[in-house]
Design a protein around this ligand. Structure first.
Ligand code: AMP
Length: 151
């Protein structure tokens, strides 16, 4: 089930919580969106400022913060504030957001001085891609020469 089958996990539905609302979904023949009634994932908590992060950039659409377990001298995650589990669950309605995410990743790279030496952007999607947090994020890695291909 694509996250967007729920109309995304933001907006009006996002505010519905609890058993009564779950029954409303079920009465309409729908299944309650998993993300709606479950606790926030770690990146949603960072976006909501419920847990701390070393934030390097923020605007109304995206947040960029340093990875807690850096794989390079500079390792930043750029995440959309909208809850999209992974790239494969983004839809046509996310076109502008995804463009914004990439442009901002480039801007953050510049801001952190990675322009000269170069850098890598990585999006891990699903199990085989090595995704561990189900909230779309782009890794920005730089500050050393990176091997190719990745493991
Ligand atoms: P992925 O494996 O592509 O899903 O990437 C998830 C990344 O999130 C990993 O590189 C983790 O080190 C990073 N991460 C997990 N928890 C935190 C956190 N609280 N703050 C910053 N980065 C985190």
């Amino acid at each position: 089930m694509r996250a967007n089958d729920w109309g995304g996990s933001t907006g009006r539905r996002r505010r519905l919580t609890g058993a009564a609302e779950r029954r409303q979904f079920e009465a309409r023949g729908g299944e309650a969106p998993p993300n709606l009634f479950m606790s926030k994932n770690i990146f949603e908590k960072i976006i909501a400022r419920e847990i701390p992060a070393d934030i390097v950039y923020e605007d109304e659409l995206v947040l960029a913060f340093r990875d807690i377990n850096p794989m390079a001298p500079t390792h930043v995650l750029i995440v959309p504030k909208k809850s999209i589990a992974r790239l494969s669950e983004a839809g046509a309605e996310d076109e502008k957001l995804l463009g914004h995410l990439l442009l901002k990743a480039g801007e953050v790279a510049r801001q952190l001085g990675l322009d000269k030496g170069g850098y890598r952007l990585v999006i891990n999607n699903g199990k085989d891609g090595g995704e561990s947090v189900p909230h779309l994020h782009c890794h920005l890695l730089g500050g050393r020469s990176l091997a190719w291909p990745p493991g």
